[in-house]
Ligand binder design. Structure first.
Ligand SMILES: O=C(O)CCC(=O)c1ccccc1C(=O)O
Ligand SMILES: [Mg+2]
Length: 323
């Protein structure tokens, strides 16, 4: 069977630019594509590259789409090369919409809310919490470490006081906290953060630091393994496992903590499913600020592949994206 193929690049500015240790990110660009089958049914897909995370660039993706004929086969969809992971995701997503798995149920997922960087976090957390986000993620490694630690301590104190005063939660239902350094810490800085996290996890009943995400750069894998040994707060790899080849390599080298999977840039959903069905990894699924089209297919994958009940990192839209 052949599908008629159409595509259209898009661009949208964030309401609040995302600040990470990689710099400031202001505009999401990508491609929306569709496949039409012989009966006239249409499947939608999104290519949302993130080249600073190791995927192809938008220009690579556009060039790939432009060289395709206007009718493409299933074989074309499933043989996109591994150096175009965001394209693999976009085309397979559209194909899967035309051939859906009826048992997928998104209603069981719960979401992690992404907090803004810097001091605004001190008011923003309560808004997200009251919207129902009990897992919150904060970017670190953006400003001076002493300043960030100071803000973080204030945040934990505020949350503790709030939870005690309102009696809102029981210890079986607490706030989970994720810190994401985007590879921006030194080994010594990561140790400073992990000491604080371990202390909070020992002393606070109502708050749990769920993990520290990608403390060091990809090249410092061995040091991150060492941090896993030295501290009890779990570590999650993100930049280190941006695609299937990297995930395989880190898994083979003995990573047994958490893996962040960003489906939109990870590559072929079929190959990801295959990997997760053969290896019992502790995964967290996460957004790359794709539009609803990419998000829906990423969430479907998450609900099929999540092994432990960790919140998905898709609680981002209202904060960052202008409708
Ligand atoms: O994972 C989440 O909870 C939110 C998404 C997020 O943090 C993110 C969004 C876009 C690009 C990179 C990242 C990241 O995890 O580093
Ligand atoms: Mg991350």
């Amino acid at each position: 069977m052949n599908y008629q193929f159409q595509f259209e690049p898009y661009q949208r500015a964030f309401k609040t630019p995302l600040k990470t240790a990689h710099g400031i990110w202001k505009t999401r660009t990508g491609i929306i594509l569709n496949l039409t089958d012989e009966k006239g049914y249409i499947g939608w897909g999104e290519i949302a590259p993130l080249s600073w995370f190791g995927s192809e660039t938008l220009e690579d993706a556009i060039a790939f789409c432009q060289q395709l004929p206007s009718f493409i086969s299933i074989e074309t969809i499933f043989t996109i090369p591994d150096n175009l992971p965001a394209c693999q995701f976009g085309f397979e997503s559209a194909f899967n919409q035309l051939n859906p798995n009826p048992s997928v149920d998104l209603s069981q997922l719960h979401y992690s809310g992404l907090l803004p960087t810097g001091k605004t976090v001190l008011t923003a957390w309560k808004t997200l919490f009251q919207q129902g986000y009990h897992t919150l993620k904060w970017k670190i490694g953006v400003d001076d470490i002493t300043e960030e630690i100071n803000i973080f301590q204030q945040l934990i104190n505020q949350e503790t006081r709030f939870l005690q005063e309102t009696g809102f939660l029981s210890p079986s239902q607490k706030i989970y906290f994720r810190l994401d350094a985007n590879g921006g810490l030194t080994f010594e800085q990561a140790q400073r953060w992990l000491e604080i996290c371990d202390l909070i996890n020992i002393n606070q009943e109502l708050i749990e630091i769920e993990f520290l995400e990608q403390p060091l750069s990809i090249s410092k894998f061995d040091l991150m393994l060492e941090l896993c040994d030295r501290y009890s707060t779990p570590l999650a790899l993100d930049e280190s496992v941006a695609n299937l080849q990297q995930l395989n390599s880190c898994y083979q080298q003995g990573w047994s903590d958490i893996f962040v999977i960003k489906p939109a840039i990870f590559g072929s959903p079929k190959k990801l499913k295959n990997f997760c069905q053969n290896n019992q990894i502790d995964s967290v699924f996460s957004s790359v600020f794709e539009t609803d089209i990419g998000q829906q297919s990423a969430l479907k994958l998450a609900s099929e592949l999540l092994l432990y009940d960790r919140a998905v990192g898709f609680g981002i839209n209202h904060w960052f994206i202008e409708y």
